[in-house]
Design a protein around this ligand. Sequence first.
Ligand SMILES: C[S@@+](CC[C@H](N)C(=O)[O-])C[C@H]1O[C@@H](n2cnc3c(N)ncnc32)[C@H](O)[C@@H]1O
Length: 442
Amino acid sequence: MELPTLVEPVAPKTEVGSYFVSNYPPFSTWSPDHVPAAVEALNSAAEPNTPLGLYLHIPFCRKRCKFCYFRVYTDKNADEVETYLDALSREIALYASGREGFKGRQFEFVYFGGGTPSFLSNDQLKRIIERIGQHWTWEAAKEVTFECEPGTLKQSKLQTIKSIGVTRLSLGVEHFDDEVLSINGRAHKSPEIFQAYQWAREVGFPQINIDLIAGMLGETEDKWKVTVEKAVALQADSVTIYQMEVPYNTGIAKEAREHNGISAVASWAQKRAWVDYAFKQFEAAGYVVSSAYTLVKPSTHAGFVYRDSLWRGADLVGTGVASFSHFQGVHYQNVDTWEQYIDMINRGELPIHRALPITDHQRLIREMILQIKTGSLDAGYFRKKFGVEIRHEFSEGFNSLVDEGFAQLYGDDIRLTRDGLLRADSLLPRFFEPEFRGIRYT
Ligand SMILES: C[S@@+](CC[C@H](N)C(=O)[O-])C[C@H]1O[C@@H](n2cnc3c(N)ncnc32)[C@H](O)[C@@H]1O
């Protein structure tokens, strides 16, 4: 299939800044003044039947990717890793220490994110699980996800990962071209992807996801086509395709500052065309588009509990340096430096840095914009949960989407067109309260 030829004279490349919307209200509005509200929520009885999840941030990587905007360290030795893992298990223990908000609750979903959780050795992994196990079990968890960099995997490590209860392995493939991988600072090359994938299948994970990025430095039409072809051939249970973002704290943004803030990353229109091409190739191979970034193979895919719970208002306890949490209507984030994190844990305090209690209206907006990212929205869900007619309350927003060709409305069923889905994040700020439109997101 031919890729559409794009004429985009206005913005030939991607500007520096974040477009990806993962929460509401924006992080930049959270404040240390509200930390007591987070603690109060944790110490109060929870609304019955709210699912509970655990996120563990493992901030270590072999190398820092040029596009990475996460809190990661590439220079920590084994003793420091041990110090961090000890702090992480003590943080999780702090949540278990009789807080009212956790009474009678178990984690329904667990996510090891990074950084690179698979950076940890077999022994480190077994030890941390053993320590966490003194306070919590995740026997009730429907899904335990674990992010991996392909070059860190060995058969024995995959066996350990499986033995600690991981059900969903997520491989940061990103691309199959070795030159593209290297220009972007990835630590792995393509042979390691195939090897890791084969071992993961042999070890027998119920679900394997692969991450790809459209618009990496050095991307070309031909290289992208080959990458998509190889990705389809792997037959993963789900595939996540991000459009390359250039947030302020990335290596690419640093280089762009010397060029008027314009990066070497292809334009948004070009990235959309690449994702569109990939969607069509995966669809032709039997996959179904399940969000602006995800395709699933219906015959084997078991759902995505983490995403779907979070986008419907679940509680999430985010542990580790700089992690984000949501608990009973209060957003909060941990301190974002190593020193502060370790110090607070050593003092026996929850390492919370900033928070925001949100109103019911903001809860509704949050769920609405996150669910828009799946490509469809059921107005009946919001009527039942919030008693609000969203088609009426947000008529201006939805009508503008229809006028611009990005959505279609069929009664309660609100659907993004493919054009809308490919730019879903850019369509969301119109649903924000006026004071949050146009402000810096992070
Ligand atoms: C938190 S990262 C962890 C990746 C893991 N450390 C690895 O090496 O595979 C998770 C995913 O976010 C995506 N990602 C990270 N930075 C990105 C950016 N600037 N733009 C788009 N996607 C990005 C990548 O696909 C990556 O696999």
